[in-house]
Ligand binder design. Structure first.
Ligand SMILES: Cc1cc2nc3c(=O)[nH]c(=O)nc-3n(C[C@H](O)[C@H](O)[C@H](O)COP(=O)(O)OP(=O)(O)OC[C@H]3O[C@@H](n4cnc5c(N)ncnc54)[C@H](O)[C@@H]3O)c2cc1C
Length: 458
């Protein structure tokens, strides 16, 4: 039942993905009116542009979940509007009259690779993960006009989270797929590669990387394979932690074997090697671990010659002018809170708060992954899928908890005069009309790009 006094509040949410759609739905179900400002045409965030496109079922399920939430009579979806670019945050907070503003804008800025002056090689040898995944997910679309990358043999990936494994996988598949076509005239699709693994396909063809004139790629990580967050310990006991570390170690080795890349542990980038303005490699230093504390060994160095480096060291929230930050992190009123410092009506939820998705561990973790499962189901029950499913569930339940308190804050604010509501309605309607938006369903239908699997099935 919709309570009319609730309707006298209008809430703005920035970003329509996992956390934004969850918050919007909770509020809309209670009768509040919500406007979602979304910078892209589609509201799916990292699910659409960050999750590699072979995760078909997971992507479809998560996107359907978002659609079911956003297609609600109390939610007004305003796509193609970036707060900070098309509407300033100051304008939104001071002039629009929203009761509260909720930031659910995720983590879209790649962390800078800590190598002096290396960013001058962006797209000229250095690629950051978010741009790479956007290209990878959309490059098959007939009207694609975004960045264009050509993964080179010998590419070095720097990183250590789960998504760096996806980067290795996609990079190696690209290299081998292209080489098989070029040298052997064989056209094998991405989904077959992903399902079987590169090693199995090459074994069946009695080929090696060398036969395809490939060296392969290298993944450089500052810690050990066992330190990778591939398996969350069941609890904090010593045995669970040890077991999780063993599983992570095995998982990484299995990935490296199946997708034929090299793993270099305990190493961090120190300097770039450049010649005549071109990137020619990276100098790394070794690290050691004492009681899990990372000790850099700056004198113990080695170099890798390469003309392509992919940085996969995580993403942070993109800064919006008008909001307070402590370096890269949104300044909150208190630690672990969701109230943004300096405002009484601005909140942040999901990855927008810290962008620590790569390191935050899921509270609700699935069944223990035994060695048997690793060996038998690794290629089917993808560790990344398990992690992401749990992680997104975690975000959703966290948002649900936060919404109770945010709702109490909304209730403590003055009811909106009708003129403010009319003003929000007419301003957002204009924004929708400008881009030809009529209804949520028809918009999503017209903007969802053609999927690679559908192209291949034609
Ligand atoms: C390959 C991969 C890598 C990942 N890496 C990380 C990581 O490094 N760090 C991390 O924290 N999590 C990471 N994750 C986890 C992922 O971010 C979460 O699973 C989930 O997508 C977070 O949901 P969200 O709603 O908080 O953010 P998002 O999915 O990022 O959604 C934010 C939404 O806000 C919109 N938006 C952003 N800025 C604006 C603006 N100014 N105005 C209007 N709209 C805006 C975006 O378009 C997007 O739709 C990764 C996931 C994948 C698949």
């Amino acid at each position: 039942m919709i309570d009319n006094s609730s309707k006298k509040h209008y809430i703005a949410i920035i970003g329509g993905s996992i956390s934004g759609s969850e918050a919007a739905f909770i509020l809309a179900e209670k009768g509040y009116r919500v406007v979602i400002f979304e910078m892209n045409s589609l509201p799916y965030g990292k699910i659409e542009d960050g999750l590699p496109k072979w995760h078909i079922n997971l992507r479809n399920k998560q996107e359907q979940n978002i659609d079911q939430k956003l297609n609600h009579e109390n939610i007004r979806f305003v796509p193609n509007v970036k707060i900070g670019r098309d509407i300033s945050f100051d304008d939104l907070v001071n002039n629009w009259g929203f009761t509260v503003i909720i930031l659910a804008n995720g983590a879209w800025k790649d962390r800078d690779l800590p190598v002096n002056d290396i960013n001058k090689f962006i797209d000229k040898g250095l690629i950051y993960q978010n741009a790479l995944l956007y290209w990878y997910n959309h490059k098959h679309e007939p009207n694609y006009n975004g960045p264009d990358f050509n993964i080179k043999d010998g590419t070095v990936v720097i990183g250590g989270g789960l998504s760096s494994l996806d980067v290795m996988k996609l990079g190696m598949i690209e290299l081998v797929q292209n080489a098989l076509l070029k040298h052997k005239g064989l056209d094998i699709d991405l989904f077959t590669f992903e399902k079987k693994g590169i090693l199995k396909i090459l074994n069946e063809l009695h080929l090696t990387l060398k036969d395809l004139k490939l060296k392969g790629m290298q993944l450089v990580y500052r810690r050990n394979a066992a330190d990778m967050p591939l398996k969350t310990p069941r609890d904090n006991s010593k045995e669970s932690i040890l077991k999780a570390r063993e599983v992570s170690d095995k998982l990484l080795k299995k990935y490296a074997e199946n997708f034929m890349f090299q793993f270099i542990p305990l190493s961090s980038p120190l300097e770039k090697i450049e010649n005549n303005g071109k990137l020619e490699g990276v100098i790394f230093h070794k690290n050691k671990l004492i009681d899990q504390k990372l000790i850099p060994l700056k004198e113990d160095t080695f170099k890798i010659e390469t003309t392509m480096v992919i940085s996969s060291i995580g993403s942070l929230p993109e800064k919006i002018i008008g909001l307070p930050y402590d370096y890269s992190i949104l300044k909150m009123k208190n630690k672990n809170g969701y109230k943004v410092s300096g405002f009484t009506n601005v909140f942040a939820i999901g990855n927008a708060v810290t962008g620590k998705g790569n390191i935050r561990e899921s509270k609700k973790h699935g069944a223990d992954m035994t060695n048997k499962i690793i060996n038998e189901h690794l290629l089917k029950e993808d560790a990344i899928e398990i992690w992401l499913k749990n992680y997104n569930e975690n975000i959703r339940s966290e948002v649900q908890e936060q919404m109770d308190e945010i709702e109490a804050e909304i209730q403590s604010k003055k009811i909106m005069p009708d003129i403010v509501i009319d003003n929000i309605l007419s301003k957002t309607k204009k924004l929708q009309e400008k881009i030809g938006y009529k209804s949520y369903e028809s918009w999503i239908l017209s903007k969802t790009p053609i999927r690679l699997e559908d192209m291949l099935n034609k």
